[in-house]
Design a protein around this ligand. Structure first.
Ligand code: GDD
Ligand code: MN
Length: 794
């Protein structure tokens, strides 16, 4: 299947066609693509295109629109092209080589790699620029005014997009509903963005080139068309917002409540307005229309303050200043409606103050609906876009690994993960304590974690994830600026992580959200997988458990160990290879008081028990899903996470503190149980089903933002994200090949009673060489390494 359709709209581009085709063919030599030219020309452009199609390496199609089908111009041409596109992705570029084909190819590759729906070529972020693209100061000013206008009218939908006017962009064909679009003029991207509010968007910076030949079709007429397009989009959106009635009974009741509160505030506002009008008209003797205008300013101020504080309590669409501006604009627009009515009423002989009051009361419902549904946007009904600005920056990246003169780069803590990956860190990583290996040389670790300054000193309006190509670096910045929870990951033979000072004080966040996620990929490149699962040996048999979060996996593991002896390998993540072997990963366990009670753990002090009440609440599924919900909003999620964990550290205890047990270093897994809640049942799972479940379950463990924004940009050992994922799946398939998998459902948390009965008794002891047999000396990676040589450790 074709991966990509390159749509090139053309209108009278004779002098560009030949160069365009040769450069596009060169740039897309390694990409499976087709070219689709949508032509509205009156010159010989289509004939030249047909000629080029004969010699083009990429397949070419030409859609020539006769004169009477060109309504909508450039925008409708692209939509027409998209309807014929065969690619999974569509990339749109100009024919005049202002969008350098090499840049377009890069953008297409980013699109294929990332999970975004829309990828925008931007001239206004990172190293992007308009270059020689916009000739003349007038055009430059025009373009930036147009951009600002659009962003002002759609502050939320365009919040993470710096160049909504771009003519260079790509979209996943299934993510854009072409029937929702009815573009006029040049700004199709804007319309796509506005009409697909839930789509995920990434940007790629580029420098615009000068037109190769011919003239721009941008004109004063296009500018007028743009304004028409913009007002039409805004009008449609407004209508959409106003008609978004509440759906459930509860929401209707809530709306009624807000309406009553709004009405009461409004009544007090009428009093303020009338008093102000009296002062201006009766006392100061001003004209009654002027008086009404002045009175409106006073009551607007009054109403806004009360509505903001009492009715919506600071919650709503955008910042309070933007709401104030919108509220003010609404009341003054309504004032323009009210003045002629006021004049008519006054002429019929009704007093000025009473007439004014009537116009205010009559518009109550409209004012309420506009405030409730547009300004405060209590119901949007549609998913909002991710709050993080995602940018792939093409230029060089200059930040040094460790900045700040007074900082040392020495890695005080060193860890050796199962003889496969080494990590060095300036902050202690409690999760890896078991793997402490101070003999690992400071300068030869695979992953280094340092504390340093990342990104800009100034605070910013929203979080940003930026990907640089050279050297391959990922940078995450948050609202609090450099002192917040920023971090940077430089990829290469050695992975260099730099975390900001706030993060440095919260090692759990650093470990779970950054280090472990990267460790996963390094392990893959070395033929191992970090599988989301628990592992023990019972009577010499390797047993693995898997479950959704908060099912009862940890309690089951602890009970198995307490009641049946056996050895502990892991509770959360297990290192596995394609031969069915598991290597221990004994991180401290995150426990709840519930779990502890299930095993009658006795060693905890009363202080620890008391703290556990708080800790369990915050660090359970509930806390996690709260954080995930928060992450949908424009908040510094890493910072919040870090501070939360500093105040209430997660309840982590090493396994042998909770139940007496021994650790095992490696085992060959024979049984896998997926434990579930529900009516008691035991069922065999097919191989395919097991693979899918384990993949989903593992993904789930890494889905936490901001890492999910960063993951697609990762390359380790020459493998890209997609390749690493494919390799991980292979390792998993190999691992599971000889393992029996069953699902065990229980509604009484009774898994620990069932599982031992289900395990094949190790009746015929498998002859194992002494070195491989469980032993008490640690670390004993050699056994595992011998069973499965891990590729490329050197
Ligand atoms: N099919 C078709 N129909 N193509 C058209 C039409 C039309 O009515 N009008 C223009 N085009 C083609 C041109 O042939 C060219 O390939 C491309 O669309 C862009 O037109 P230009 O005339 O070069 O526009 P521009 O350079 O001023 O504007 C570019 O930059 C803007 C941002 O500053 C475009 O990419 C705009 O979309 C973009 O907003
Ligand atoms: Mn152009």
């Amino acid at each position: 299947m074709t991966q990509l359709t390159i749509i090139v709209p053309t209108r009278n581009e004779v002098d560009n066609v030949t160069t365009l085709f040769s450069r596009v063919n060169a740039a897309f030599a390694d990409i499976q693509a087709e070219i689709l030219v949508v032509d509205d020309s009156d010159d010989s452009t289509p004939f030249l295109v047909a000629e080029q199609a004969q010699i083009s390496a990429l397949p070419v199609r030409l859609l020539h629109r006769p004169r009477d089908e060109r309504h909508g111009g450039l925008g409708s041409a692209v939509v027409a092209g998209a309807r014929h596109a065969r690619g999974e992705w569509v990339v749109v570029m100009d024919a005049d080589l202002q969008h350098p084909p090499e840049v377009v190819a890069h953008l297409a590759q980013v699109a294929a790699r990332h999970s975004a729906d829309i990828v925008v070529g931007t001239r206004y972020a990172g190293n992007g620029s308009t270059g020689d693209g916009l000739d003349g100061a007038r055009r430059t000013a025009g373009s930036s005014t147009a951009t600002r206008l659009a962003r002002a009218l759609f502050p939320r939908r365009l919040a993470t997009i710096t160049d909504p006017m771009s003519g260079l962009f790509a979209f996943r064909r299934t993510a854009v509903q072409l029937d929702r679009l009815d573009p006029i003029g040049f700004k199709l991207l804007l319309e796509i963005l506005v009409r697909h509010p839930g789509s995920t968007v990434a940007e790629v910076s580029y420098e615009m080139a000068a037109r190769h030949a011919g003239d721009s079709k941008a004109s004063v007429k296009e500018a007028m068309t743009y304004l028409r397009h913009l007002t039409r989009l805004r009008r449609h959106r407004l209508a959409g917002q106003l008609t978004q009635a509440p759906k459930t009974k509860r929401e209707r009741v809530q709306q009624l409540g807000r309406m009553v509160a709004f009405g009461l505030v409004g009544l007090s506002g009428v009093a303020v307005n009338t008093a102000a009008l009296w002062a201006a008209y009766s006392a100061a003797g001003l004209n009654h229309l002027l008086g009404a205008a002045i009175a409106t300013q006073a009551s607007t101020l009054w109403n806004f303050a009360l509505i903001e504080l009492l009715v919506y309590r600071g919650k709503g669409n955008g910042t309070w200043t933007s709401r104030a501006v919108r509220f003010w604009a609404m009341n003054n627009l309504l004032l323009l409606l009210r003045l002629p009515v006021l004049q008519v009423l006054v002429l019929t002989g009704i007093g000025v103050l009473v007439s004014n009051g009537i116009t205010l009361v009559v518009l109550f419902l409209l004012r309420f609906l506009l405030s409730d549904r547009v300004i405060y946007g209590t119901r949007t009904g549609e998913p909002a876009r991710d709050p993080v600005h995602l940018l792939v920056d093409h230029g060089p990246h200059a930040e040094p690994v460790v900045s700040g003169k007074r900082r040392s780069s020495y890695l005080k803590y060193r860890y050796d993960i199962a003889g496969t990956v080494t990590i060095g860190s300036q902050i202690m990583l409690p999760e890896l304590e078991f793997f402490r290996a101070q003999w690992v040389a400071d300068d030869s670790v695979d992953i280094a974690v340092r504390v340093g300054d990342v990104g800009n000193r100034r605070p910013r309006r929203r979080a940003a994830m930026t990907e640089f190509a050279d050297p391959a670096t990922l940078r995450y910045e948050e609202h609090l600026g450099r002192f917040g929870a920023n971090f940077r990951v430089q990829l290469g033979d050695q992975i260099n992580i730099v975390v900001g000072p706030l993060l440095a004080r919260s090692p759990h966040v650093v470990y779970t959200n950054i280090v472990e996620a990267l460790l996963r990929f390094v392990l893959i490149s070395r033929g191992r997988m970090l599988l989301h699962s628990a592992c023990v040996t019972l009577g010499g048999v390797g047993v693995m458990l898997s479950a959704l979060t908060d099912t009862g996996k940890t309690a089951t593991i602890l009970r198995l160990l307490r009641d049946h002896g056996g050895r502990f390998l892991s509770d959360d993540m297990t290192v596995v290879d394609a031969q069915g072997n598991a290597v221990c990963f004994p991180k401290p366990l995150t426990i709840s008081s519930h779990t502890l009670r299930a095993v009658n753990a006795t060693d905890l002090t009363s202080k620890e028990w008391r703290r556990l009440q708080w800790q369990s609440r915050l660090h359970s599924k509930g806390g996690r899903s709260l954080a995930l919900t928060l992450a949908k909003f424009n908040v510094p999620i890493m910072g919040i996470n870090a501070i939360t964990q500093m105040l209430v550290p997660p309840p982590k205890y090493t396994v042998d503190r909770l139940v007496p047990c021994k650790l095992g270093s490696t085992t060959t897994v024979e049984e896998l149980f997926i434990i579930e809640r529900g009516a008691p049942a035991i069922a065999d799972l097919t191989f395919e089903d097991t693979v899918e479940r384990m993949i989903t379950n593992t993904d789930d463990a890494y889905g936490f933002p901001p890492f999910r924004y960063l993951a697609p940009a990762i390359t380790v050992g020459g493998l890209g994200y997609a390749e690493l994922r494919a390799k991980e799946r292979q390792i998993l398939q190999g691992f599971l090949a000889n393992i029996r998998t069953r699902s065990v459902a229980s509604d009484t948390f009774g898994w620990a009673d069932e599982i031992p009965k289900l395990i094949r008794p190790a009746a015929v002891p498998v002859p194992v060489p002494a070195a491989v047999r469980e032993q008490d000396t640690f670390p004993n990676w050699r056994a595992a390494t011998r069973l499965a040589p891990s590729g490329g450790t050197a």
